[in-house]
Design a protein around this ligand. Structure first.
Ligand code: PRP
Length: 179
């Protein structure tokens, strides 16, 4: 597994340190607001876990599952909602937790979908932002790291459903995805 990695882009320590900062930012912003934190399956699982564990304010958890139809490493822009939120969002403060904002298709779709449920507010918090790849006009409200246009895996991010289990974010060797 590890020999598929060209280099480590973000170490486990860098990720955990930044995630703690994001947790503190969210806790300050949402004090007294009892937010609903919505994780986007599957990629956001480690980020959701680390943001929410030790969150010092009351919050609710929920999950959606979205998948963008991809051809190889390219997103085709078609997003399918495989699992919707089960909670009533009306009048609630919602924060969507996602691993990466890449082309933007997924979060653009989810934002429009969740806004139809009339939350009091809706903000997007992503661990990684890859602005060079953006295809739609969308930005996250909270960003862990802005990264260059390289194919990354680990800490929830996959290639062909593998490598999600690494505790770091690494650059995948091109020969892996150009096979
Ligand atoms: C990945 C990632 C984001 C999305 C970002 O999800 O987890 O949800 O792509 O890309 P975008 O900004 O180009 O839409 P994927 O559809 O691969 O599903 P996964 O979360 O199960 O890995």
């Amino acid at each position: 597994m590890l020999n598929a990695i060209e280099r480590v882009l973000l170490t486990e320590e860098q990720i955990q340190s930044r995630v703690a900062e994001l947790r503190n930012t969210l806790a300050a912003e949402y004090e007294g607001k009892n937010p609903i934190l919505i994780g986007v399956l599957k990629g956001a699982i480690p980020f959701f876990r680390d943001i929410t564990l030790k969150m010092p304010i009351p919050c609710n958890y929920d999950f959606v599952c979205a998948s963008s139809y991809a051809a190889g490493t390219q997103s085709a822009g078609t997003v399918t909602l495989l699992k919707d939120t089960a909670m009533d969002l009306r009048g609630r403060h919602v924060v969507v937790l996602e691993d990466i904002l890449d082309t933007g298709y997924t979060l653009d779709f989810l934002k429009a979908h969740l806004l139809q449920k009339e939350p009091a507010s809706l903000k997007l918090c992503v661990l990684l932002d890859k602005p060079e790849r953006r295809r739609v006009d969308i930005e996250a409200d909270y960003v862990g790291f802005t990264i260059p246009n390289v194919f990354v895996v680990g800490y929830g991010l996959d290639y062909m459903e593998y490598y999600r289990n690494f505790p770091f974010v690494g650059v995948l060797k091109p020969e892996i995805y150009s096979k």
